[in-house]
Design a protein around this ligand. Structure first.
Ligand code: PLP
Length: 230
């Protein structure tokens, strides 16, 4: 139908097409579907998308039950240790690991269902104190202890990070750069013989292009695909 208002929202399929045109090969697109209904997810699915991200356990469990089983579900929210169990049997990647305790708890639950859970360690470089994750120093310490090596049902696949919520593009760029530098440093120290540490999850609707130029290979995009969340 002819849309007579320039403010009219594009369809999900059109949004995906135009975003895909800006993402180089080698960079994966995670469609962040939190708060959006299963019918919206199906539109993205029919456009060929298979990676979807959710931030609440209940919502993720419900959508997983409802939707096609070749979807790879990523958990991108703040995970509490008492809420791990229902997602462990099917989750494809957990982005926001921010403590050793959380990692241990996931390992225990994963052992019960005989899975190895892929995770990203969250690093906090943004200015907001509300964001979760290890500070750069804590991150280096976390890896240096090598206690994470003792968790047989955990596969650490890389890092996840966010830039500050700001219009200052130079600052956003330098924060992503800092995360990429940490990623390279950790990979060369602990994962030289392990190809699985290869995911750098950075970039959202407003800053994913900068994140890609700074080395992200997994962007997490919600609003630009599905529109505003309520
Ligand atoms: C909600 C969310 C996103 C998506 O944000 P948009 O700005 O809507 O693209 C990405 N990453 C995380 C961790 C989120 O919680």
């Amino acid at each position: 139908m002819y849309s007579h208002s320039s403010k009219m929202q594009n369809s999900i399929v059109e949004n995906i097409r135009s975003i895909r045109a800006t993402i180089p090969t080698g960079v994966e697109l995670l469609c962040v579907s939190k708060f959006h209904p299963a019918t919206d997810i199906m539109q993205a699915y029919q456009a060929g998308e298979r990676l979807f991200g959710e931030s609440r356990v209940q919502e993720l469990v419900q959508k997983h039950a409802q939707l096609p089983h070749d979807i790879q579900w990523h958990f991108i929210g703040h995970l509490q240790t008492n809420k791990i169990r229902p997602i462990v049997p099917f989750v494809s990647l957990i982005h926001g690991i921010d403590s050793f305790h959380l990692l241990e708890s996931i390992d225990k639950e994963a052992a019960k269902v005989n899975r190895k859970i892929r995770v990203l360690i969250e690093v906090h470089v943004a200015q907001e104190t509300t964001k979760f994750g290890f500070s750069p120093n804590e991150l280096i310490h976390f890896f240096a202890t090598e206690k994470w090596q003792d968790l047989p049902n955990i596969e650490i696949c890389g890092l996840m990070g966010m830039a500050s919520f700001t219009d200052n593009l130079t600052q956003i760029q330098s924060e992503f750069h800092q995360i990429k530098t940490l990623f390279d440093e950790i990979r060369s120290k602990y994962f030289v013989s392990n190809d699985n540490f290869n995911i750098l999850s950075m970039g959202m609707s407003d800053d994913y292009k900068i994140a890609i130029t700074e080395g992200s290979n997994l962007v997490r995009i919600g609003t630009n695909i599905f529109g505003k969340r309520n």
